[in-house]
Ligand binder design. Structure first.
Ligand code: ZN
Length: 322
């Protein structure tokens, strides 16, 4: 079963989290394979890593809404999206055009011309009218403009830039497991105060650097195959870890799609009646498939008529009236 583990290093301003997406991740891949449209292996790995990273970031900030990781690419992958709700349910998809080399990493998948971008969006659950979701955007390059090859490096960069938080992120995915380890330095109270000695600062840095270095010795093989207890023991056996009850089942990471007939209907209303009528005339009905879960939604002429008929509850001036 998919699981997320949180822990802190006793007495040190460092926390960590480990996620293993197993059944939920396989469900994502099976749905896609069932529609005869399986993603190439490097894209599956990218999506798995993004799903693991999104779960870690959402569990880390506990944002009341959706955390959305999007990478806009200029290579064969035009878009990859992982969306994680605050109950840790997630969905993930990608849009691929053209061939993908079997060993392709971030640069070859998404940043062929250096124009790839990664956007992290926090979309509040109950947005008040006019409220915009928060969004941060980073390029797929490091500090020296070198193209990054791993999505974990892109996200580490983002967290340092936007939140000023030192973070070590290790991700891996195959067709069975998508997993990730996050180690983060906690903001220290009173940091920057004049009364603070340099020695305190050095001690704090040393603790984080040591733990982060231990984390980076984790191999892909270990991350994908070891259970949480074995993995944490093997990496941090010299540290004092305080662990919290793992988040599993209904409290843990799981696959769920937020698509619905109502949402698809609202999307069609957004397109406008003439456009939708054209589709129905040409194709007999409007067929919309969900890229995340594969669900198919059909709207025939009668459905479309109903869709564009204003109901008494509808606010005046909403798009469906014209
Ligand atoms: Zn869906």
């Amino acid at each position: 079963m998919s699981e997320l583990h949180k822990f802190i290093f006793e007495g040190l301003p460092v926390r960590g989290m480990l996620v293993r997406l197993t059944d939920s991740w396989r469900q994502v891949l099976q749905r896609r394979a069932a529609s005869n449209d399986a993603f190439p292996a490097p894209v599956r790995a990218l999506m798995g890593e993004m799903a693991a990273a999104g779960s870690l970031m959402q569990a880390n900030i506990k944002f009341n809404g959706a955390l959305v990781l999007q990478v806009f690419g200029d290579g064969p992958v035009k878009l990859a999206v992982a969306e994680v709700q605050n109950d840790l349910s997630f969905r993930v998809t990608a849009k691929v055009v053209g061939d993908v080399a079997p060993d392709a990493q971030v640069e070859a998948l998404l940043n062929v011309h250096g124009k790839g971008r990664c956007a992290i969006t926090l979309d509040p659950k109950d947005r008040f009218p006019g409220q915009q979701p928060y969004q941060g955007v980073v390029s797929l390059h490091g500090d020296r403009r070198e193209p990054l090859q791993k999505i974990s490096e892109v996200l580490e960069h983002y967290m340092l830039q936007s939140e000023q938080l030192d973070t070590r992120l290790i991700l891996a995915a195959n067709d069975e497991v998508a997993a990730g380890l996050l180690i983060q330095r906690l903001p220290v109270e009173g940091a920057g105060n004049l009364g603070r000695s340099n020695e305190d600062e050095i001690g704090v840095n040393e603790a984080y650097n040591r733990i982060s270095l231990l984390a980076s010795t984790l191999t892909r093989e270990e991350l994908l195959t070891l259970d949480a207890d074995t993995l944490l023991r093997r990496l941090f056996w010299e540290e004092t870890l305080r662990r919290f009850p793992p988040l599993v089942g209904d409290d843990g990471p799981r696959f769920a799609c937020t698509c619905s007939r109502g949402r698809v209907g609202r999307m069609l209303i957004g397109l406008g009646r003439p456009e939708v009528d054209d589709i129905v005339v040409e194709q007999g009905r409007a067929e919309i498939g969900c890229d995340f879960c594969g669900a198919q939604y059909h709207f025939d002429a009668v459905d479309v008529g109903e869709l564009f008929t204003p109901t008494p509850q509808q606010a005046p001036g909403s798009q469906s009236i014209n």
